[in-house]
Design a protein around this ligand. Sequence first.
Ligand code: GRG
Length: 309
Amino acid sequence: MSARLGASLSFLDWMQGVQTAMEQVLDRFLPTLTQVPAKLHEAMRYTALDGGKRVRPLLVFAAGDLFDTPLPLLERAAAALEMIHVYSLVHDDMPCMDDDALRRGKPTVHVKYDEATALLVGDALQAQAFAVMSDAVGLSELDAVATMQRQLGMVQLLAQAAGSAGMCGGQAIDLASVGMTLSLAELEQMHRLKTGALLRASVMLGAMGGKTLTAAESAALDEYAGAVGLAFQVVDDILDATADSATLGKTAGKDAADNKPTYVSILGLGESQALAEKLRGNAHQALAPFGDKARRLRELADLIVQRKA
Ligand code: GRG
């Protein structure tokens, strides 16, 4: 599905269109079961297909609307980001980290297969993400040199977002913070890296596939992505806290139960809700220079703040 063909669709139809398209795109970019080793490829497909909200691909496609980014680049960026995201979930669920048995309603990879397979699934998904992002096959209709230059920039940005200055760095800070009291600024810094870096990369890759961004465009998108990334985490903490109190009779969710600081544990529920709403306003404000072309990004900011799961 083309981001542009979707211009006349309602937000819900557009979102479902991207989610359905992503299933096919991931299917196409993942190794098949006929390739050796079949068990590793089966486990990669088990965890990457059929599940998740696909928030990062949605951000890629929405940002792609701004500068009419060619579909082959959008698909590659969206698939690469989802693969990195899924790898991080697989590793995060392992006994050496969060030790979770369920993910996206299914047994986690180390439970369904084994720990060594989970480790390799994450490693292989990360490598596959970079293979997909840097692959030129199917891009021949675009101006080859300009596309390769853009792709190189996209690969670099993806690497920064995934690495020790991005998601992995945030995860390291998170693991080190167990049992500690974090200030609001320290909590924000951790989330800006752990989940914010990939969300920011989603917006940036979607946009920069279409053109070389000016400093002003880059700054506006950075501001939007920063606000949306933090809002995503604040809402995650709110949902975690309220789901548990509703279903388990507790006042705090898994992170708090694991002795990890959360927005709700630091700010309380009411202030956390007010913060999410403020961040939604900031995200909208940052998009003002883009006018109607930023409609999907605005709608996604609303969805991220108003979601119930
Ligand atoms: C292991 C290197 C490494 C990094 C892990 C992102 C992350 C870093 C761990 C995930 C832990 C977690 C549950 C964080 C809460 C916020 C979050 C990223 C939730 C999962 O993302 P969603 O809601 O998931 O986009 P779906 O399944 O919808 O894709």
